[in-house]
Write a protein that binds this ligand. Structure first.
Ligand SMILES: Nc1ncnc2c1ncn2[C@@H]1O[C@H](COP(=O)(O)OP(=O)(O)OP(=O)(O)O)[C@@H](O)[C@H]1O
Length: 350
């Protein structure tokens, strides 16, 4: 159990193997075969391979990886839309693998709402009725559910479009309806399966901002699948980077970019502008005598890029990193340039 209390999801040694006699793979010597070898010997694919992690309350947990790395299978296992082959899985401390069909239905409807890439809206219903749909299933009366739906339509920025049908909306607007519908049931966790990948870049960016805003305002727990690194870095509190069914690294964006776990991750993040992800808390050094007296003050979470701007604007040689009035360290030109150049920057401790 973590400081934040019971995790929303707690996943241990989870496997999903597709193919004949899949059960024999986890825990046997077959489990150590590389994907091609496993396929050759058994005809099986290990889409999720011995994966363990917790999703903490209030975080945006991003599952990232290339096509075929196992992202969708993993997230579908969380609500047993795909049945795991082995392992353990709990939501809010309750065993998911032991749930009967009624409890599972309740889990998918109320506790873990999914937002898909293809919006799955009902074409003959209006925006308002699409949003109210989840509440109808929950058995809420008509007046009550329309009032609640109107509130959510406003929350996702669709006021004025309540009476339109899905075909009369843009892709981004349709995705907002999908989002409002998922929010309507007030789930403990929202699961997003590449929800924005079909949208054009500007709208996609707008929807990402929407997710950031919703997260900030409501602190809702989210699990977000993407194959897009910049999306993962923008949205993720933590990122699980998958390869061949396994998690190769699980960490904050700063940990993944600042301390890649292996060459694969290093290659993956090679083109990321480090100064936009790494923070002054990582780049700073202890002050020498008198250095703490002047220079712009930054919070430890400020990015190196923000620090460069602050130092340049102030004309001072250093910026101070402070928290609650306390001086934590300073960043000078050399510290900041080290990060940009990727030279000698302190490793981020995980
Ligand atoms: N029903 C299935 N039967 C057999 N193999 C499957 C099945 N579903 C997925 N796989 C395989 O499992 C692996 C992981 O697939 P998955 O769809 O989870 O990956 P993904 O990372 O979500 O990919 P994408 O980004 O392309 O959606 C792939 O090798 C895929 O071919």
């Amino acid at each position: 159990m973590s400081e934040a209390g019971t995790p929303v999801f707690s996943v241990r040694n989870l496997w999903k193997v597709f193919g004949p006699k899949a059960d024999r793979v986890p825990g046997s010597e077959l489990a150590d075969l590389p994907p091609a070898g496993l396929r050759e010997r058994t005809g099986c694919t290990a889409a999720v391979r011995d994966v363990s992690f917790d999703v903490e309350k209030g975080e945006v947990f991003v599952v990232m990886g290339l096509s075929g790395s196992g992202k969708s299978t993993l997230v579908r296992c969380l609500t047993r839309l795909i049945e795991p082959t082995s392992g353990t899985l709990a939501i809010d401390g309750e065993d998911v693998l032991g749930m009967d069909t009624t409890r599972l239905r309740e889990l998918r409807r109320h506790r873990a709402a999914m937002v898909f890439q293809h919006f799955g809206l009902l074409p003959h219903r209006t925006v308002l009725d699409n949003v109210a749909y989840g509440l109808e299933i929950q058995g809420l009366g008509r007046t009550e559910r329309r009032a609640k739906a109107a509130e959510l339509v406003e929350k996702v920025g669709l006021s004025g479009l309540e009476d339109r049908r899905p075909a009369q909306l843009s892709g981004g607007q349709q995705q907002r309806v999908g989002l409002a519908r998922a929010l309507a049931v007030d789930p403990s966790v929202l699961l997003f399966d590449e929800p924005f990948s079909a949208l054009d870049p500007l709208i996609r960016r707008e929807m990402q901002d929407e997710v950031v805003r919703l997260h900030r305002e409501e602190g809702r727990t989210m699990v977000f699948i993407t194959h897009d690194l910049s999306e993962a870095l923008r949205l993720g509190t933590r990122i699980a980077l998958m390869r061949d069914g396994g998690i190769v690294q699980l960490g904050t964006p700063e940990e993944i970019v600042g301390s890649p776990a292996d060459d694969y991750v290093r290659e993956f993040v090679r083109d990321v502008p480090r100064e936009q992800v790494l923070t002054v808390a990582t780049a700073m050094r202890p002050p020498t005598a008198g250095e703490g007296d002047s220079g712009p003050a930054l919070r430890p979470g400020a990015t190196v890029s923000e620090a460069i701007e602050a130092v340049a604007r102030s004309g001072e040689p250093v910026a101070r990193v402070t928290e609650g009035g306390r001086l934590l360290g300073v960043v000078d030109h050399a510290c900041l340039l080290d990060v940009v150049a990727g030279t000698g920057a302190r490793e981020v401790t995980v």
